[in-house]
Design a protein around this ligand. Structure first.
Ligand SMILES: O=C(CO)[C@@H](O)[C@H](O)COP(=O)(O)O
Length: 225
């Protein structure tokens, strides 16, 4: 049964704050930290790259960095992210023509490999071969590019389709996920939850983390029956 994992989407205005937020999230019960790497090409925004992730890793040794690569040509950054301490390298299927080779390259650098699909990409884009090779499948529930957007419920059936095809894989949802939208994500079979606004905008982030995790754990028990 895939375990419930909460991966807060951490963005901050300076490096000290970024490191402090990572520590606070881990203390609050988060297993992973979701690092949004945006390149200004695949998405209009630019956020951070390997040098910043490397500093975070040095500041919070052993941290599990769930690196969401919203980048064109994701093949180009595997070595840099691995050297920076990345634990999971999740690329967009829309940005590559040879997902299986890329997954093999990611595994070659001892990182887990994730494959993301944007809202307009069907779950069938993740072929049986790609899904079997990947460690994690990410269903975006907003258009990639920035936090604080409205959850797109129409993307949820893709989670259920992927859970039916890949019962043992980690399936992550990202975008507008929080206490109001967690139930349908959990019931569809997602076990890895990315949340930014819902966690960082809450008076008690640790309570939100605990509540999201409890909902996923309960739902996953039903899947294992
Ligand atoms: O990568 C993205 C959006 O591009 C997400 O990781 C968001 O940054 C999550 O933030 P919320 O939607 O939870 O505010």
């Amino acid at each position: 049964m895939p375990r419930a994992i909460i991966s807060p989407s951490v963005l901050a205005s300076d490096f000290g704050q970024l490191t402090a937020e990572c520590k606070r999230m881990i203390k609050g019960g988060a297993e992973w930290l979701h690092m949004d790497v945006m390149d200004g090409h695949f998405v209009p925004n630019i956020t951070m790259g390997a040098p910043v992730l490397s500093c975070v890793y040095k500041g919070v040794p052993g941290i599990f960095m769930d690196c969401h690569m919203m980048v064109a040509q994701p093949e180009n950054w595997v070595n840099d992210i691995a050297d920076a301490g990345g634990s999971l390298y999740c690329f967009h299927i829309e940005a590559t023509t040879d997902a299986v080779s890329l997954i093999n390259a990611i595994h070659g650098r001892n990182m887990k490999a994730g494959v993301a699909i944007s809202p307009d990409t069907p779950s069938s884009a993740i072929t049986d071969e790609i899904g079997a090779a990947a460690d994690m499948l990410l269903v975006m529930t907003v258009y990639p590019g920035r936090g604080g957007q409205k959850f797109l419920e129409r993307c949820v059936p893709k989670v259920a389709e992927l859970r039916a095809r890949f019962p043992e894989k980690d399936i992550e949802v990202d975008g507008g996920v929080g206490p109001k939208t967690i139930d349908i994500c959990a019931e569809a079979g997602s076990n890895v939850i990315v949340a930014g606004t819902a966690i960082f905008g809450a008076p008690s982030p640790e309570d939100v983390i605990a509540s999201l995790k409890a909902t996923i754990t309960t739902a996953q028990t039903k899947f294992s029956k």
